[in-house]
Design a protein around this ligand. Structure first.
Ligand SMILES: Nc1nc2c(c(=O)[nH]1)N[C@H]1C(S)=C(S)[C@@H](COP(=O)(O)OP(=O)(O)OC[C@H]3O[C@@H](n4cnc5c(=O)[nH]c(N)nc54)[C@H](O)[C@@H]3O)O[C@H]1N2
Ligand SMILES: Nc1nc2c(c(=O)[nH]1)N[C@H]1C(S)=C(S)[C@@H](COP(=O)(O)OP(=O)(O)OC[C@H]3O[C@@H](n4cnc5c(=O)[nH]c(N)nc54)[C@H](O)[C@@H]3O)O[C@H]1N2
Ligand SMILES: [Mo]
Length: 808
């Protein structure tokens, strides 16, 4: 989230799109309903009606996978009606930047496309710059190649007619949402967008969110109270684990993973440290070498020296363009290239697309270590239905895990707040926490390397590694230490003391930190700030519910990101009644500002979007794989075969894996005429590995079902409660029909398109519940993130011939 949970109450308009917040993030709804009570308009745009829709002012159904068309229409509407916040757009976004002549867009493709590599040469989208590399600007916004004009042109195709015919949303409904949300383009109004998987799980997932960013920048809704783009995160600590580099393409604190092209510490820094000649651009990533060096010092301790590039050479490096996300990982397992590994705290045999394939892939392992609370479809894959265990060669180790109430540590919530939780009871039996398994395990591995040697032993032997696991100790290591006596702002710190914030981190080996973003979370002055529970605040902070002394949030306890965009050039809040920060002539008051520089009008300020090289909000962005503006493309499996306003049907750069088991339906494939979307349910958690073992939850939601409209049910002769068979190009699934008006047919390009929806929380280890919905879904994903397209694929549905067909 750019903002945080409590801040939702400050919104005048709330657009919930691609999220079922009331059911999956119930805490958010406390604040949504407070805003509503104060007069905010709440809108839910979602293929199906849910409890979120029930509490919204209006629910607008749209066909799964058409959000860019919907949002493109909103951008067009905002520009046409001039509802944007002109001063904000001029001062804080790149609307006035001039784009180079090599940029172009034709027939659904941006310039620079190479059909052989299915990728773009993104240098074709670069800005026109002066001799120092600073983009040229036209503040009159008249230049035909300025971002504003190109944006106008690009989205002019997103007319009400086009958008309605793609999304299946009526023009009246489109206008209802556009009008209500565009009304927040005034300085004293704010609109928030709350999204989750309905936006991300698509081959255009990132561009869905780019569309939201464009709308929010046009309306001046970024940095302000009640505004922002708010990703409602998933698994309890998915925010924290991403911050600490759960994903393969980053190292802690959102730094790029080392690649084979960058063999040395100097290579890495040169390739990854942006340079700006604009004195008004903070260009915050210029500090990256400090964060990298401190990270290497934290990993390798005394072994890391200036002479050896702080042991950078010991880090693993990936090949450029290589994809190590899970669709590709399981594909390599399927083709026998991976022979062993660890699967901990997830149940991919249920939750990864094309489960029939990934289940077979797992059989190829020689050994597998799992750590679990329960037996799951993953731990017990070797004895799944239809498989003779004697034919599976994998040796499986199951480590019993401590439950979350049996361990202490921190969780970072969606609002970036670091919250400590304490151990309630000791783990039962042999169960251990992850730390208590892995700290000793790595020590055993180190002993083996010491005794027997091996490939590149230095990487393991030089780790600065403790003997035992202590969560408080890790929290301190994450914050970081001074490694020599240092004076910061007149205050003396001794060697071995905690750093007060990331501004104290250095690139000369004199500091350590396992994650620069969390520097400042555990300090000499205040101890473990994740444990702070002080509700006090100044009157200005209380006006928006900032609670700066309750826990701590990254970065530097800044509760609302980009908050310097919430004030004008003099430092005065656009909306004084809900000020986030304000300049009192000497310093900023309110939230921690994005850097302490004085307001822009003093001439000594810095542009507010400090993480981008030039300092401006990016209406036009050259960093994504699939285009500087968003463009509607159909899902890879789509019920239609023509794009009404382009020649490019699906994304030209989406990712896919290919194997004999990865079949795809053709566009408008008569074998698979219906759109399938999948989702979570209130009563279960994700793949259900945990909640299916809780009797009352299982009783509440006992069995796999498919939601379909009465119209489709009638067409197919299916009654509520019937057993049905769903088939995709990859597999078949048995389920119970739930005929419901919560799902309506869509009119798309004049034809009726039916959508069906299914949860994915059931699996064969819980008898009688059915099995994985993901036997239907395809291994295709977003070109930027590789997230699978779980939210839109194509299937057929029919009534099961007999009850035995369902029971199989
Ligand atoms: N009770 C409960 N809470 C949970 C979870 C759980 O399993 N149970 N899971 C947690 C996790 S890990 C996550 S990631 C989050 C997920 O939170 P959500 O994203 O809210 O969960 P989903 O149910 O996957 O999808 C949300 C909505 O997207 C809609 N949708 C589907 N396709 C589209 C589309 O193309 N466009 C639009 N606009 N909407 C679409 C679905 O109808 C659904 O209402 O929830 C977390 N919270
Ligand atoms: N079709 C479809 N598929 C999806 C999605 C979708 O919307 N549609 N959503 C995707 C999303 S967003 C997510 S997050 C994934 C989640 O998918 P899964 O990876 O299947 O996640 P969970 O079901 O939460 O599985 C977590 C497992 O960890 C175990 N566990 C719980 N606590 C602990 C612990 O403290 N230690 C250990 N060692 N184990 C523990 C639980 O028993 C459970 O078996 O599914 C994805 N798959
Ligand atoms: Mo998730």
């Amino acid at each position: 989230m750019t903002n945080h949970w409590i801040d939702i109450k400050n919104a005048d308009a709330i657009l919930i799109m691609g999220s079922n917040a009331a059911e999956h993030h119930p805490i958010s709804f406390k604040w949504v309903l407070q805003a509503k009570d104060k007069g905010a308009v709440v809108m839910h745009v979602d293929p199906k009606f849910s409890r979120t829709s029930a509490r919204a002012d209006f629910h607008v159904p749209l066909r799964s996978g058409t959000d860019i068309a919907f949002m493109g229409g909103m951008i067009h509407y905002i520009l046409e009606t001039e509802s944007y916040f002109r001063q904000y757009v001029l001062d804080y976004t790149n609307a006035s930047f001039i784009v180079g002549e090599s940029y172009g867009f034709k027939d659904g493709l941006f310039s620079g496309y190479d059909i052989h590599t299915r990728s773009y040469d993104r240098s074709k989208w670069n800005f026109e710059t002066d001799a120092q590399g600073t983009p040229k600007r036209d503040p009159s916004l008249k230049h035909p190649r300025c971002v504003f004009r190109l944006m106008q042109e690009h989205y002019s195709r997103y007319t009400l007619d086009n958008v309605s015919s793609v999304t299946g949303v009526t023009k009246e409904n489109l206008l209802k949402v556009y009008k209500a949300f565009a009304a927040t383009g005034k300085p004293d109004k704010a609109g928030t967008m709350m999204y989750a998987l309905g936006w991300t799980q698509h081959t255009v997932g990132v561009q869905n969110i780019r569309s939201a960013a464009i709308v929010q920048l046009l309306l001046g809704n970024i940095g302000v109270a009640g505004g922002g783009i708010n990703a409602l995160r998933g698994e309890p600590n998915v925010q924290g684990s991403t911050d600490h580099c759960l994903l393969y393409h980053i190292i802690p604190g959102y730094m790029t993973m080392p690649m084979a092209d960058w063999q040395t510490y100097a290579d890495y820094n040169k390739a990854n440290t942006p340079v700006s000649a604009d004195p008004q651009s903070a260009n915050w990533w210029q500090h990256k070498p400090k964060y990298l060096t401190s990270l290497l010092k934290a990993w390798f301790g005394d072994a890391a020296t200036a002479e050896n590039g702080y042991c950078y050479g010991l880090l693993p490096k990936i090949e450029k363009g290589a994809d190590h996300s899970y669709m590709f990982l399981f594909d390599r397992m399927y083709s026998g290239k991976i022979t062993g590994g660890f699967i901990i705290g997830l149940n991919p045999m249920n939750s990864v697309p094309n489960t029939n394939k990934v289940r077979k892939a797992l059989d190829n392992l020689d050994w597998l270590v799992t750590a679990e609370l329960h037996h799951s479809e993953t731990t017990d894959n070797w004895r799944r239905p239809g498989v003779d265990p004697a034919t599976v060669k994998t040796e499986v180790f199951l480590l019993p895990s401590a439950h979350r109430v049996e361990k202490a540590g921190s969780v970072s919530n969606s609002g970036r707040w670091l919250v400590w939780h304490h151990k309630a009871v000791e783990p039962e039996g042999e169960a251990r926490s992850f730390g208590d398994m892995f700290v000793p395990l790595i020590n055993v591995v180190r002993d083996l390397y010491r005794k027997e040697g091996g490939t590149m032993p230095e990487a393991v032997l030089n780790l600065d590694w403790p003997q035992q696991y202590d969560p408080e100790e890790w929290a301190r290591r994450i914050n970081g230490f001074f490694l020599k006596d240092t004076t910061v702002n007149g205050k003396e710190y001794k060697k071995g003391q905690l750093v007060p914030s990331f501004t104290a981190l250095a690139d000369d080996g004199s500091t350590s930190s396992l994650n620069w973003l969390y520097s400042g979370s555990y300090t000499e002055e205040d101890g473990n700030k994740a444990q702070r529970r002080d509700p006090s605040q100044t009157p200005m902070q209380a006006a928006i519910g900032l609670y700066p002394k309750w826990s701590w949030c990254w970065p530097v306890n800044r509760r609302i990101l980009y908050n310097r965009a919430s004030v004008d050039a003099q430092g005065k809040p656009w909306n004084p009644a809900k000020a986030v920060i304000s300049w009192n002539g000497k310093k900023w008051e309110g939230d921690v500002p994005d850097g302490g520089w004085p307001p822009m009008a003093t001439g000594k300020g810095r542009h507010p979007f400090i993480m981008s090289k030039h300092g401006f909000g990016q209406l036009y962005g050259t960093g994504r794989m699939d285009g500087p503006f968003s463009e509607h493309y159909e899902p890879v499996e789509t019920p239609i075969d023509a794009h009404p306003f382009s020649k490019q049907l699906s994304s030209p750069v989406y990712k896919f894996v290919s194997s004999d088991m990865d079949k795809l339906a053709r566009p408008a494939d008569p074998r698979f005429p219906y759109v399938l979307t999948t989702y979570n349910v209130t009563e279960h958690w994700c793949g259900g590995g945990e909640t299916r073992n809780v009797p009352n939850l299982l009783e509440a939601e006992p069995q796999l079902y498919v939601e379909l409209s009465p119209e489709l049910a009638e067409e197919k002769g299916i009654a509520n409660g019937d057993g049905v068979i769903l088939e995709s190009a990859r597999g078949r699934v048995e389920a119970i029909a739930m005929v419901t008006v919560r799902i309506r047919p869509f009119t798309v390009q004049g034809k009726t398109v039916h959508l069906v929806g299914m949860p994915f929380c059931f699996g064969w280890t819980t008898p009688g519940t059915g099995d994985s919905t993901n036997r239907l879904t395809p291994s295709v994903g977003d070109p930027n993130t590789s997230i699978p397209e779980y939210k839109a694929s194509c299937v057929n549905i029919r009534k099961a011939d007999t009850l035995t067909e369902i029971d199989r």
